[in-house]
Design a protein around this ligand. Structure first.
Ligand SMILES: Cc1cc2nc3c(=O)[nH]c(=O)nc-3n(C[C@H](O)[C@H](O)[C@H](O)COP(=O)(O)OP(=O)(O)OC[C@H]3O[C@@H](n4cnc5c(N)ncnc54)[C@H](O)[C@@H]3O)c2cc1C
Length: 262
């Protein structure tokens, strides 16, 4: 079985910044990690590899050259190999352009049985990319998956839905986006780290993928960030000087009545 795991390199949780002029995410910081839910997806792929024979895991990432670090980390944790999709012409891509490019890169790697990825990334956090990749590949997408059982020709997934859970059986090939309940995240092993150092990770750019430039980057991205701003929190404080125990409580009650809360 061939499993593709999508690993997005994201800023460490506290360092997500947006360029106030272009509205595009600033990705030049050094503090980067693999998107946490992608680590859950990878851990699930490794669990499957450790349970069933002949499972191969390929980590795929689209991003700047520095995203090679995310692929090497994925290999150190247990992926067999990886592919980095990178190129200047991809910069500024929104979720549609990103999904098109990732789907084309996955096609280049040959047939696959399952794509495992996170339900959303901590930086862009649209939660759109997974379903879009499935669309461009023409395979079903199973989202919000918290458990997965492998069958001979497909999987049974447990999906979180508003009213609880649903179980869906689907045949390969399939894309599955996971939430954090799917699997505990793993750790790099010494063997994995040594392998990651040695392994040659191929890079795919537009020369290999062959898109018309109008489909890529900002030109190929219908999403426009109209305005970005940090929400301002303002709080008014009312101080009540209490002479008797009940006085502040009475004042609070009349304040809540006045505000139509009670
Ligand atoms: C107008 C605009 C301009 C943008 N410009 C840039 C830019 O210049 N450079 C840039 O890097 N981003 C840019 N982005 C963000 C880019 O579109 C997102 O990184 C990408 O589309 C994923 O969106 P997301 O973070 O919402 O992922 P989600 O949809 O929340 O992610 C779901 C899952 O999809 C997978 N996934 C998503 N993206 C990737 C990826 N790149 N590689 C591997 N797996 C992935 C992961 O498994 C992830 O858990 C831009 C977005 C907009 C709207």
């Amino acid at each position: 079985m061939k499993i593709i795991v999508l690993v997005k390199q994201v800023p460490g949780t506290d360092s997500v910044k947006l360029d106030p002029v272009t509205g595009v995410m600033v990705r030049t910081g050094k503090d980067t990690i693999i998107n946490p839910l992608d680590e859950n997806a990878l851990a699930e792929a490794i669990r499957i590899k450790n349970t069933y024979p002949d499972v191969k895991i390929t980590a795929v990432s689209m991003g700047p050259i520095s995203a090679m670090k995310a692929i090497k980390e994925a290999i150190a944790m247990g992926a067999d190999d990886g592919v980095l999709v990178s190129g200047r012409e991809f910069a500024g891509s929104d979720t549609i352009a990103t999904a098109k490019v990732i789907a084309a890169a996955i096609k280049k790697t040959g047939d696959f049985d399952m794509i495992l990825c996170g339900e959303r990334a901590t930086d862009g956090e649209t939660g759109q990319t997974a379903a879009m990749i499935a669309h461009y590949l023409g395979v079903p997408a199973q989202t919000y998956v918290s458990a997965l059982e492998v069958l001979e020709d497909g999987v049974i997934v447990k999906r979180t839905v508003e009213s609880g859970f649903e179980r869906v059986q689907v045949t390969f090939p399939v894309l599955v986006s996971v939430n954090k309940d799917i699997s505990d995240t793993g750790f790099p092993t010494l063997d994995g780290k040594l392998k990651a150092k040695k392994v040659d990770v191929p890079m795919l750019g537009n020369a290999e993928l062959g898109f018309d430039k109008s489909e890529l980057g900002l030109t190929g991205s219908p999403t426009r960030v109209v305005k970005i701003f940090s929400p301002k929190l303002s709080r008014d404080t009312i101080m009540v000087k209490a002479n008797a125990t009940m006085q502040p409580i009475d004042e609070l009650l009349s304040f809540l009545v006045q505000k139509d809360v009670l």
